[in-house]
Structure formats: structure tokens, C-alpha cells
Design a protein around this ligand. Structure first.
Ligand code: SF4
Length: 62
């Protein structure tokens, strides 16, 4: 599983970070960062976060 973010449309509300902060986080400049090592047990929450993103800024690849 791989997730990418379109930072041009990410509004930074942090729904994804609230859903699973092991994967999504903000860096020092409040830009969203995503871990490249998504563990199997996190995948369900990651899918949910992608569906819930209010900007549809997250793209999921299996
Ligand atoms: S939920 Fe979507 S818009 Fe909000 S911080 Fe995450 S990627 Fe950005």
C-alpha cells in the first residue's frame, strides 16, 4: 500500500492525522508528511482516512 498527498489541495485540517498519526503527520512547516512504511495493521485506518479527507487530497495505491 502507498499513499500520496496533493499538497496543492490539502487544506491541513488534519482529519487523516487524527485518524492514524502513525502514518500521517505535519512537519515543522505544517506540511503533511506520510510514512512510506505502512504496516498491515494500519491499512484499514489508512483507507478510512483517505475516504474521509475533506479535500480528496489523498491517493491510495494498493
Ligand atoms: S485529511 Fe486531507 S486535507 Fe486534511 S490534512 Fe489530511 S490530506 Fe490534508
Amino acid at each position: 500500500m502507498k499513499v500520496t498527498v496533493d499538497r496543492n489541495i490539502c487544506c491541513g485540517y488534519g482529519v487523516c492525522v487524527e485518524t492514524i498519526d502513525e502514518v500521517f503527520a505535519f512537519d515543522g512547516e505544517e506540511k503533511l508528511t506520510i510514512t512510506s512504511d505502512i504496516k498491515l495493521e494500519w491499512q484499514q485506518k489508512v483507507r478510512f482516512a483517505c475516504q474521509q479527507c475533506p479535500s480528496q487530497a489523498l491517493t491510495l495505491e494498493d
